[in-house]
Design a protein around this ligand. Sequence first.
Ligand SMILES: O=C(O)[C@H](O)COP(=O)(O)O
Length: 332
Amino acid sequence: MAAGALHRSIRTIQLHGCSNDSAYTMEYGSSSLKLISKGFTVDVKFLSNRSRSFNHCKMHVFHAFSSHASVIDPTLSTSHVTTNFNQNTSIESSLILIRHGESMWNERNLFTGSVDVPLTKRGIEEAIEAGKRISSIPVNMIYTSALIRAQMTAMLAMTQHRQKKIPIIMHDESLQAKEWTQIFSEETIQQSIPVITAWQLNERIYGKLQGLNKEETVVRYGKEKVHEWRRSFDSPPPNGESLEMCSQRAVAFFKENIEPQLQNGRNIVVAAHGNSLRSIIMYLEKLTSQEVTNLELSTGVPLLYIYKHGGFLKRGSPVGPTEYGVYAYTRV
Ligand SMILES: O=C(O)[C@H](O)COP(=O)(O)O
Protein backbone atom coordinates (compact mmCIF):
# COMPACT_ATOMS: atom_id res chain seq x y z
CA MET A 1 0.00 0.00 0.00
CA ALA A 2 2.74 2.46 0.96
CA ALA A 3 4.19 2.03 -2.48
CA GLY A 4 0.86 2.63 -4.13
CA ALA A 5 0.60 5.51 -6.54
CA LEU A 6 -2.47 7.62 -6.95
CA HIS A 7 -3.46 8.49 -10.47
CA ARG A 8 -6.24 10.93 -10.48
CA SER A 9 -8.57 12.92 -12.52
CA ILE A 10 -10.00 15.72 -10.44
CA ARG A 11 -12.80 13.90 -8.71
CA THR A 12 -12.01 10.24 -9.15
CA ILE A 13 -8.84 8.35 -8.47
CA GLN A 14 -7.72 4.83 -9.16
CA LEU A 15 -5.42 3.29 -6.61
CA HIS A 16 -2.77 1.21 -8.35
CA GLY A 17 -0.16 -1.18 -7.13
CA CYS A 18 -1.55 -1.72 -3.67
CA SER A 19 -1.40 -5.18 -2.32
CA ASN A 20 -4.52 -7.15 -1.63
CA ASP A 21 -3.90 -6.49 2.01
CA SER A 22 -6.84 -7.89 3.84
CA ALA A 23 -5.61 -6.62 7.21
CA TYR A 24 -5.61 -3.14 5.80
CA THR A 25 -9.00 -3.61 4.26
CA MET A 26 -10.37 -4.89 7.54
CA GLU A 27 -8.89 -1.97 9.40
CA TYR A 28 -10.83 0.45 7.27
CA GLY A 29 -14.02 -1.51 7.15
CA SER A 30 -16.13 1.66 6.95
CA SER A 31 -17.31 3.66 3.98
CA SER A 32 -14.61 6.31 4.07
CA LEU A 33 -11.14 7.22 5.28
CA LYS A 34 -8.60 9.96 4.91
CA LEU A 35 -5.35 9.88 3.01
CA ILE A 36 -2.76 12.52 3.59
CA SER A 37 -0.87 14.02 0.73
CA LYS A 38 1.60 16.86 0.52
CA GLY A 39 0.03 19.88 2.09
CA PHE A 40 -3.55 18.71 2.34
CA THR A 41 -5.90 15.98 3.36
CA VAL A 42 -7.67 13.90 0.77
CA ASP A 43 -10.96 12.52 1.99
CA VAL A 44 -11.90 9.40 0.10
CA LYS A 45 -15.06 7.39 0.02
CA PHE A 46 -15.55 3.92 -1.35
CA LEU A 47 -17.79 3.99 -4.36
CA SER A 48 -19.31 0.62 -3.59
CA ASN A 49 -19.13 -1.93 -0.84
CA ARG A 50 -17.87 -4.51 -3.28
CA SER A 51 -14.71 -2.55 -4.04
CA ARG A 52 -13.29 -2.57 -0.54
CA SER A 53 -10.33 -4.58 -1.60
CA PHE A 54 -7.62 -2.03 -2.09
CA ASN A 55 -6.54 -3.72 -5.26
CA HIS A 56 -7.49 -1.25 -7.98
CA CYS A 57 -10.40 0.04 -5.98
CA LYS A 58 -12.03 3.15 -7.26
CA MET A 59 -12.54 5.93 -4.80
CA HIS A 60 -14.14 9.26 -4.81
CA VAL A 61 -11.91 12.19 -3.86
CA PHE A 62 -13.26 15.14 -1.99
CA HIS A 63 -11.42 18.43 -1.88
CA ALA A 64 -8.35 17.18 -3.69
CA PHE A 65 -6.91 19.68 -6.07
CA SER A 66 -3.37 18.64 -6.68
CA SER A 67 -1.73 16.25 -9.05
CA HIS A 68 0.84 15.11 -6.53
CA ALA A 69 -1.32 13.08 -4.21
CA SER A 70 0.58 10.31 -2.49
CA VAL A 71 -0.09 8.10 0.46
CA ILE A 72 2.25 8.95 3.30
CA ASP A 73 1.09 6.63 6.03
CA PRO A 74 -2.00 4.59 5.36
CA THR A 75 -2.00 3.16 8.85
CA LEU A 76 -2.87 6.49 10.43
CA SER A 77 -6.45 6.79 11.53
CA THR A 78 -8.27 10.09 11.05
CA SER A 79 -7.87 11.04 14.69
CA HIS A 80 -4.13 10.41 14.62
CA VAL A 81 -3.87 12.55 11.55
CA THR A 82 -5.58 15.49 13.19
CA THR A 83 -3.35 15.23 16.22
CA ASN A 84 -0.23 15.16 14.10
CA PHE A 85 -1.20 18.28 12.21
CA ASN A 86 -2.14 20.10 15.37
CA GLN A 87 1.34 19.45 16.64
CA ASN A 88 2.88 21.06 13.59
CA THR A 89 3.23 24.53 15.04
CA SER A 90 5.00 26.04 12.03
CA ILE A 91 1.86 25.97 9.88
CA GLU A 92 0.17 29.33 9.41
CA SER A 93 -2.83 29.85 7.18
CA SER A 94 -5.52 32.44 6.71
CA LEU A 95 -9.24 32.12 7.12
CA ILE A 96 -11.44 34.82 5.63
CA LEU A 97 -15.11 34.91 6.56
CA ILE A 98 -17.48 37.02 4.46
CA ARG A 99 -21.17 37.51 5.09
CA HIS A 100 -22.84 37.86 1.69
CA GLY A 101 -23.52 41.32 0.27
CA GLU A 102 -26.94 42.93 0.62
CA SER A 103 -29.67 40.65 -0.75
CA MET A 104 -32.94 41.73 -2.32
CA TRP A 105 -34.76 40.75 0.87
CA ASN A 106 -32.22 42.53 3.09
CA GLU A 107 -33.09 45.61 1.06
CA ARG A 108 -36.81 45.09 1.79
CA ASN A 109 -36.11 44.24 5.43
CA LEU A 110 -37.66 40.77 5.12
CA PHE A 111 -36.66 37.73 7.16
CA THR A 112 -34.84 35.56 4.64
CA GLY A 113 -33.38 32.49 6.35
CA SER A 114 -33.28 29.56 3.91
CA VAL A 115 -35.04 31.38 1.07
CA ASP A 116 -32.68 31.64 -1.89
CA VAL A 117 -32.60 35.34 -2.81
CA PRO A 118 -29.98 37.06 -5.01
CA LEU A 119 -27.87 40.15 -4.28
CA THR A 120 -28.97 43.71 -5.01
CA LYS A 121 -26.76 46.03 -7.05
CA ARG A 122 -25.46 47.35 -3.75
CA GLY A 123 -24.76 43.78 -2.62
CA ILE A 124 -22.80 43.20 -5.81
CA GLU A 125 -20.74 46.31 -5.13
CA GLU A 126 -20.15 45.21 -1.54
CA ALA A 127 -18.90 41.84 -2.77
CA ILE A 128 -16.51 43.52 -5.20
CA GLU A 129 -15.28 45.83 -2.45
CA ALA A 130 -14.77 42.81 -0.17
CA GLY A 131 -12.73 41.25 -2.98
CA LYS A 132 -10.49 44.33 -3.19
CA ARG A 133 -9.83 44.16 0.53
CA ILE A 134 -8.70 40.57 0.41
CA SER A 135 -7.04 40.69 -3.00
CA SER A 136 -3.51 40.27 -1.58
CA ILE A 137 -4.30 37.38 0.73
CA PRO A 138 -3.62 34.01 -0.89
CA VAL A 139 -6.65 31.78 -1.39
CA ASN A 140 -6.46 28.02 -2.00
CA MET A 141 -10.05 26.98 -1.40
CA ILE A 142 -13.46 28.60 -1.07
CA TYR A 143 -16.43 27.32 0.88
CA THR A 144 -19.88 28.80 0.37
CA SER A 145 -23.37 27.91 1.45
CA ALA A 146 -25.75 26.37 -1.05
CA LEU A 147 -27.52 29.73 -1.41
CA ILE A 148 -27.01 32.05 -4.36
CA ARG A 149 -26.33 35.21 -2.33
CA ALA A 150 -23.27 33.61 -0.70
CA GLN A 151 -22.09 32.08 -3.97
CA MET A 152 -22.46 35.38 -5.85
CA THR A 153 -20.48 37.11 -3.11
CA ALA A 154 -17.61 34.63 -3.30
CA MET A 155 -17.44 34.72 -7.08
CA LEU A 156 -17.64 38.51 -7.35
CA ALA A 157 -15.02 38.94 -4.64
CA MET A 158 -12.64 36.65 -6.52
CA THR A 159 -12.86 38.79 -9.66
CA GLN A 160 -10.68 41.28 -7.75
CA HIS A 161 -8.05 38.82 -6.58
CA ARG A 162 -4.43 39.27 -7.59
CA GLN A 163 -3.83 35.55 -8.02
CA LYS A 164 -6.15 35.72 -11.05
CA LYS A 165 -7.19 32.13 -10.48
CA ILE A 166 -10.64 30.97 -11.55
CA PRO A 167 -13.04 29.84 -8.82
CA ILE A 168 -14.77 26.64 -9.93
CA ILE A 169 -17.77 25.11 -8.18
CA MET A 170 -17.26 21.42 -7.38
CA HIS A 171 -20.28 19.30 -8.22
CA ASP A 172 -20.50 16.31 -5.90
CA GLU A 173 -24.25 15.85 -6.10
CA SER A 174 -24.05 12.72 -8.27
CA LEU A 175 -21.48 10.51 -9.94
CA GLN A 176 -22.59 11.87 -13.29
CA ALA A 177 -22.17 15.45 -12.15
CA LYS A 178 -18.64 14.58 -11.06
CA GLU A 179 -17.86 12.93 -14.38
CA TRP A 180 -19.33 15.77 -16.40
CA THR A 181 -17.34 18.44 -14.58
CA GLN A 182 -13.91 16.84 -14.75
CA ILE A 183 -11.03 18.99 -16.00
CA PHE A 184 -8.38 17.33 -18.14
CA SER A 185 -5.62 19.92 -18.13
CA GLU A 186 -3.22 19.95 -15.21
CA GLU A 187 -2.24 23.51 -16.10
CA THR A 188 -5.88 24.63 -15.98
CA ILE A 189 -6.33 22.88 -12.64
CA GLN A 190 -3.37 24.80 -11.27
CA GLN A 191 -5.07 28.03 -12.34
CA SER A 192 -8.27 27.13 -10.53
CA ILE A 193 -9.62 27.46 -7.00
CA PRO A 194 -12.09 24.79 -5.89
CA VAL A 195 -15.35 26.13 -4.51
CA ILE A 196 -17.13 23.73 -2.17
CA THR A 197 -20.80 24.46 -1.59
CA ALA A 198 -22.40 23.13 1.58
CA TRP A 199 -25.97 23.45 2.87
CA GLN A 200 -24.55 23.24 6.37
CA LEU A 201 -23.28 26.82 5.91
CA ASN A 202 -26.74 28.09 4.93
CA GLU A 203 -28.45 30.86 6.86
CA ARG A 204 -30.38 29.52 9.83
CA ILE A 205 -33.92 28.52 8.98
CA TYR A 206 -36.16 31.40 10.05
CA GLY A 207 -39.28 29.20 9.96
CA LYS A 208 -42.59 31.03 9.95
CA LEU A 209 -40.83 34.40 9.94
CA GLN A 210 -39.44 33.87 6.42
CA GLY A 211 -40.84 36.52 4.07
CA LEU A 212 -42.21 38.67 6.94
CA ASN A 213 -41.13 42.27 7.30
CA LYS A 214 -38.87 42.68 10.35
CA GLU A 215 -40.47 45.92 11.55
CA GLU A 216 -43.99 44.59 11.14
CA THR A 217 -42.96 41.48 13.06
CA VAL A 218 -41.82 43.72 15.94
CA VAL A 219 -45.18 45.47 15.94
CA ARG A 220 -46.97 42.12 15.97
CA TYR A 221 -44.91 40.14 18.49
CA GLY A 222 -43.11 42.86 20.47
CA LYS A 223 -39.54 44.11 20.36
CA GLU A 224 -38.22 41.79 23.05
CA LYS A 225 -39.62 38.62 21.54
CA VAL A 226 -38.30 39.42 18.08
CA HIS A 227 -34.90 40.35 19.49
CA GLU A 228 -34.84 37.03 21.36
CA TRP A 229 -35.63 35.14 18.15
CA ARG A 230 -32.99 37.05 16.20
CA ARG A 231 -30.12 37.18 18.65
CA SER A 232 -30.51 34.72 21.51
CA PHE A 233 -28.50 31.53 21.40
CA ASP A 234 -31.17 28.98 22.16
CA SER A 235 -34.65 30.38 21.37
CA PRO A 236 -35.77 29.28 17.92
CA PRO A 237 -38.26 31.38 15.94
CA PRO A 238 -41.54 29.48 15.28
CA ASN A 239 -40.72 26.38 13.21
CA GLY A 240 -37.16 27.64 12.68
CA GLU A 241 -33.65 27.10 13.98
CA SER A 242 -32.09 28.78 17.00
CA LEU A 243 -28.48 29.89 16.68
CA GLU A 244 -27.60 26.80 18.69
CA MET A 245 -29.33 24.52 16.16
CA CYS A 246 -27.66 26.36 13.27
CA SER A 247 -24.31 26.03 15.02
CA GLN A 248 -24.73 22.26 15.38
CA ARG A 249 -24.51 21.86 11.61
CA ALA A 250 -22.32 24.88 10.66
CA VAL A 251 -19.65 24.40 13.32
CA ALA A 252 -19.63 20.62 12.81
CA PHE A 253 -19.03 21.21 9.10
CA PHE A 254 -16.31 23.73 9.88
CA LYS A 255 -14.52 21.33 12.24
CA GLU A 256 -14.79 18.34 9.92
CA ASN A 257 -14.04 20.01 6.61
CA ILE A 258 -12.51 23.45 6.88
CA GLU A 259 -10.30 23.17 9.94
CA PRO A 260 -8.32 20.20 8.57
CA GLN A 261 -7.57 22.23 5.45
CA LEU A 262 -6.29 25.14 7.57
CA GLN A 263 -4.21 22.68 9.58
CA ASN A 264 -2.63 21.65 6.30
CA GLY A 265 -1.69 25.21 5.41
CA ARG A 266 -4.51 25.90 2.97
CA ASN A 267 -5.81 29.49 2.89
CA ILE A 268 -9.58 29.51 2.96
CA VAL A 269 -12.43 31.89 2.19
CA VAL A 270 -15.85 31.11 3.65
CA ALA A 271 -18.74 33.07 2.13
CA ALA A 272 -21.87 32.47 4.16
CA HIS A 273 -24.53 34.20 6.26
CA GLY A 274 -25.12 36.34 9.31
CA ASN A 275 -26.07 33.48 11.60
CA SER A 276 -24.05 30.57 10.21
CA LEU A 277 -20.99 32.83 10.49
CA ARG A 278 -21.97 34.06 13.96
CA SER A 279 -21.98 30.45 15.12
CA ILE A 280 -18.57 29.79 13.54
CA ILE A 281 -17.13 32.99 15.08
CA MET A 282 -18.56 31.91 18.43
CA TYR A 283 -16.51 28.73 18.07
CA LEU A 284 -13.34 30.47 16.81
CA GLU A 285 -13.37 33.14 19.50
CA LYS A 286 -14.78 30.90 22.24
CA LEU A 287 -17.65 33.30 22.88
CA THR A 288 -20.22 32.41 25.50
CA SER A 289 -23.91 32.09 24.61
CA GLN A 290 -24.37 35.49 26.29
CA GLU A 291 -21.50 37.17 24.39
CA VAL A 292 -22.71 35.95 21.01
CA THR A 293 -25.99 37.84 21.43
CA ASN A 294 -24.05 41.09 20.85
CA LEU A 295 -22.24 39.84 17.75
CA GLU A 296 -23.51 41.59 14.59
CA LEU A 297 -22.03 41.08 11.12
CA SER A 298 -22.29 43.63 8.34
CA THR A 299 -23.03 42.48 4.81
CA GLY A 300 -20.01 42.15 2.53
CA VAL A 301 -17.34 42.87 5.14
CA PRO A 302 -14.54 40.28 5.19
CA LEU A 303 -13.05 39.16 8.51
CA LEU A 304 -9.55 37.77 8.65
CA TYR A 305 -8.32 35.11 11.07
CA ILE A 306 -4.85 33.61 11.12
CA TYR A 307 -4.67 29.94 12.00
CA LYS A 308 -1.47 29.38 13.97
CA HIS A 309 -0.28 27.08 16.74
CA GLY A 310 -3.58 25.23 16.51
CA GLY A 311 -5.60 28.36 17.35
CA PHE A 312 -7.22 31.31 15.61
CA LEU A 313 -5.94 34.90 15.85
CA LYS A 314 -8.47 37.54 14.91
CA ARG A 315 -7.08 40.19 12.56
CA GLY A 316 -10.31 42.11 12.05
CA SER A 317 -11.32 43.27 8.61
CA PRO A 318 -8.67 43.89 5.96
CA VAL A 319 -9.04 47.46 4.73
CA GLY A 320 -7.25 47.40 1.42
CA PRO A 321 -5.25 45.56 -1.17
CA THR A 322 -1.84 46.78 -0.01
CA GLU A 323 0.29 44.69 2.32
CA TYR A 324 -0.26 47.34 4.98
CA GLY A 325 -3.98 47.39 4.33
CA VAL A 326 -4.28 43.64 4.64
CA TYR A 327 -2.90 43.59 8.15
CA ALA A 328 -4.43 46.81 9.37
CA TYR A 329 -7.96 46.32 10.51
CA THR A 330 -11.16 48.12 11.18
CA ARG A 331 -13.56 47.57 14.03
CA VAL A 332 -16.58 45.71 12.75
O1 LIG B 1 -32.10 35.75 7.21
C1 LIG B 1 -32.15 36.98 7.36
O2 LIG B 1 -33.19 37.61 7.37
C2 LIG B 1 -30.88 37.76 7.53
O3 LIG B 1 -29.98 37.38 6.59
C3 LIG B 1 -30.30 37.63 8.89
O4 LIG B 1 -31.26 38.09 9.70
P1 LIG B 1 -31.05 38.52 11.21
O5 LIG B 1 -30.20 39.75 11.24
O6 LIG B 1 -32.44 38.77 11.67
O7 LIG B 1 -30.46 37.36 11.93
